[in-house]
Design a protein around this ligand. Structure first.
Ligand SMILES: *Cc1c(COP(=O)(O)O)cnc(C)c1O
Length: 447
């Protein structure tokens, strides 16, 4: 048995798969929040480069991956597909478990895939500088690396509480050459207004998004970048599933169950979407998205148009949402604390092409520790959700042979303080109350 399966050069993936081309029932267009009419690309042009806006609205099934991107990706791509046979043994299951390991990227997660693509299209259109926000720091460090590769400047607004608690993510961004400030910052009107009212505020992702957007629209040379949720980000991440499919085919395998954790939805969509055509052709394959029970947009959210941020600045997206005024609970998978789910993943759920599962953080950390002790890799807290779900599927009926594929979206080397808290018994479960969703429903934009 081969433990790590790589891809030979001649099997290199050279096109992305755009699942929107095959989505039954189609996609709802994003809306201009002022007019409630479908958004036109020119309205978004101050924020995103045309190359990415075209992808955002494309109905082409296959889209070429530019050579320059493939060159930089070759630092870590193709990422390994690994058979988790030590975990299988420990579980005593007949199921075969494979994982696609995205923690080999420079910043340690799948986010680097899209960061490089976004930097490339901005550079190509003459942009000199990108502004972005980061919560826990994974996206900021991915974009810091990618912008530097293309000679762009990068400014990261990092949610203050993470800025103070995650000093090593900050050090990574500095090392890659980015400028980073805690958000709210004195550098934007929104930041200044919030600091004047509450100088000790911990900040929030919503505030940081507002600051990065203000920065981008206030300068000719600057655009904005987002690390998840949007269609073009999910498109870029399909490299994960396309490679995995080829790697499995090389050893004569194909998955019965495909699993990914869901924050904004990009790593799950990236792994699972390339298997959708097989499913639509009638192949018996289950796609499972896993979210925290404390932030259950897929399992408890409302399917409706909503804003992407707290301050109601973004276009309206049709998605499963907990309401844009959702206050994230302090769970230790920072990357999964978003109120909405990508429109692509939302449409997959609406069409019953995937299943959604909500899990509690303690059981996910338990799974992460078991994984670290058997397979050696310490997983990111986000990825622990996918591992837990894979274990549930593998042990439901341990005599049933099946092939499980999950996405190990990142490593947890910069999240070890969360593991410390888990071992100290300081992590608690929190079920998001249905009443809060009912309340949020009242604040959704009226269409
Ligand atoms: C950001 C992040 C996630 C969640 O984001 P998605 O867009 O849902 O993929 C998951 N895992 C890791 C390691 C992350 O950094």
């Amino acid at each position: 048995m081969k433990k790590r399966i790589l891809l030979p050069d001649e099997e290199r993936v050279t096109q992305w798969y755009n699942v929107m081309a095959d989505m039954p029932g189609g996609m709802h267009p994003p809306l201009n929040p002022a007019t409630k009419q479908p958004l036109t690309p020119d309205l978004m042009a101050p924020i995103f480069p045309m190359g990415l806006l075209e992808q955002e609205m494309s109905d082409k099934r296959w889209i070429d991956i530019p050579e320059e991107i493939q060159d930089i990706w070759s630092i870590w791509r193709p990422s390994p597909l690994v058979r988790a046979n030590f975990l299988e043994e420990k579980l005593g299951t007949k199921a075969k478990i494979y994982f696609k390991y995205e923690g080999v990227s420079p910043s340690g997660s799948h986010k680097t895939n899209s960061a490089v693509v976004q930097a490339y299209y901005n550079k190509r259109e003459g942009v000199k500088r990108l502004a972005t926000e980061t919560g826990a720091g994974q996206w900021g460090s991915a974009l810091a690396f990618a912008t530097h590769k293309f000679g762009l400047e990068c400014k990261v607004y990092m949610v203050r509480v993470s800025y103070d608690q995650k000093p090593y993510r900050k050090s990574m961004m500095h090392t890659y050459g980015a400028e980073i400030v805690p958000s709210p910052s004195p550098d934007t009107p929104t930041g200044r207004a919030i600091l004047a009212k509450d100088p000790n505020t911990p900040g929030s992702l919503g505030i940081a998004i507002s600051e990065a957007l203000e920065d981008a629209v206030s300068r000719e040379d600057t655009k904005y970048a987002l690390g998840s949720v949007l269609n073009h980000v999910c498109l870029h991440q399909t490299i994960i599933g396309l490679e995995a499919k080829k790697q499995l085919a090389m050893i004569g395998e194909s998955p019965d169950v495909v699993i990914g954790c869901c924050g904004g939805g990009s790593n799950f969509a990236g792994l699972a979407a390339p298997f959708l055509p097989d499913k639509l052709e009638g192949k018996d394959i289950r796609l499972i998205g896993v979210e925290p029970a404390s932030c259950p947009s897929l399992t408890k959210g409302i399917y409706a148009y909503d804003f992407g941020d707290v301050s109601e600045r973004t276009p309206l997206l049709y998605m499963y949402t907990l309401g844009h005024d959702f206050m994230p609970p302090g769970i230790h998978a920072g990357g999964l604390r978003y109120h909405g789910m990508s429109p692509i993943v939302s449409a997959m759920l609406r069409e019953n092409l995937m299943e959604a599962m909500a899990l509690h953080q303690v059981e996910c950390f338990e799974a992460g520790v078991l994984f670290a002790q058997t397979e050696g890799i310490i997983p990111a807290p986000e990825s622990c959700h996918a591992i837990r779900a894979a274990i549930i599927e593998a042990t439901k009926d341990p005599k049933e042979p099946k092939t499980i594929l999950f996405n190990l979206s990142g490593h947890g080397h910069l999240d070890l303080s969360s593991y410390d808290k888990f071992f100290a018994g300081e992590l608690h479960n929190f079920e998001y109350p249905a009443e809060a969703v009912a309340e949020a429903k009242k604040h959704l934009p009226k269409i």
